[in-house]
Design a binder for this molecule. Structure first.
Ligand code: NAP
Length: 255
């Protein structure tokens, strides 16, 4: 039997991009899915897409903001046992230098990327440790390792994710719970559209004349991490598009 078959996987931020691809990849391998995001219609689309190809998949949709305390009450009450946590919901807002940012707006980045992400682990780690079984993949970023101008808050948030993952990884060693992270460079998703407050032209420019990573590429890498035998933990995958040499250095075909 495939190692992921019949596992229960919870994915935050499953309505688009990396989370959406991961939902499909895990459905393909026989997982039961709990998908969380704010946009109900997008989550329903994801469920339809999965059921079209894998009609036997059990897909639960939880329409919530990960910052909503009621989500955690519901998770503890109705969804307390999971095997896999894909801790993915996250965002950046703007490319302004720090002094020009709207600080209140940036709080949304910090609370989503840090507080909610850590809270999700706090919700599920005790049960995993008790059962001595479970896998967690936190979505970090190359911005969790390097910094760039116009990314102070986003880079800080992903540095926090990285430090958190490594600490918890160390704390949980020997308990058959794998705490891992993946740190991508440029992946073409809704990330840039969100970052530029809905400006599709600005988002398209980010990926113009280069080949970005696709969300499916990242999902397949995460599946690779999960498919390792239990005695192997891939602490982290750091990956960038071949056209991206560093977070802000991209080789474009026509430039
Ligand atoms: P995306 O296409 O914008 O997807 C983000 C997902 O997070 C969406 O499903 C969104 O759903 C959800 N989300 C955002 N805020 C939320 C909230 N408060 N509550 C619930 N769900 C929320 O972007 P993506 O590229 O797939 O990003 C996924 C993760 O990868 C993020 O953590 C991001 O930082 C990381 N990452 C992305 C890249 C990249 O280049 N794209 C690179 C490195 C790391 P709703 O809007 O429906 O709530």
């Amino acid at each position: 039997m495939h190692p992921l078959k019949e596992k229960i996987a919870l994915i935050t931020g499953a309505s688009s991009g990396i989370g959406r691809s991961m939902a499909y990849q895990l459905a393909m391998r026989g997982c039961e899915l709990i998908l969380i995001a704010r946009r109900k219609e997008k989550l329903q689309e994801v469920r339809l897409e999965i059921l079209k190809d894998y009609p036997l998949t059990v897909v639960h949709l939880l329409v919530y903001d990960v910052n909503d305390p009621n989500l955690y009450i519901e998770l503890k009450k109705n969804w307390s046992k999971i095997d896999i946590l894909i801790n993915n919901a996250g965002l950046a807002l703007g490319r302004d230098k720090f002094e020009a940012t709207n600080f209140d707006e940036q709080m949304q980045v910090l609370s989503t990327n840090i507080t909610a992400s850590f809270k999700m682990v706090h919700t599920y780690l005790p049960g995993m440790l008790e059962r001595e079984s479970g896998d967690i993949i936190n979505l970090c970023s190359v911005a969790g390792h390097l910094t760039y101008q116009g990314g102070a808050i986003y880079c800080a948030s992903k540095h926090a994710v990285s430090a958190f993952t490594k600490s918890v990884r160390e704390e949980t060693a020997g308990r058959n719970v794998r705490v891992m992270q993946i740190s991508p460079g440029m992946v073409e998703t809704e990330f840039s559209k969100v970052r530029f407050h809905g400006d599709q032209k600005a988002a398209d420019a980010v990926y113009s004349n280069m080949n970005p990573i696709t969300p499916d590429d990242i999902a397949r890498m995460m599946v690779f991490m999960l498919e390792q035998p239990r005695h192997v933990t891939i602490d982290e995958i750091i990956t960038m598009a071949t056209d991206q040499g560093a977070p802000t250095y991209v080789v474009r075909r026509n430039s």
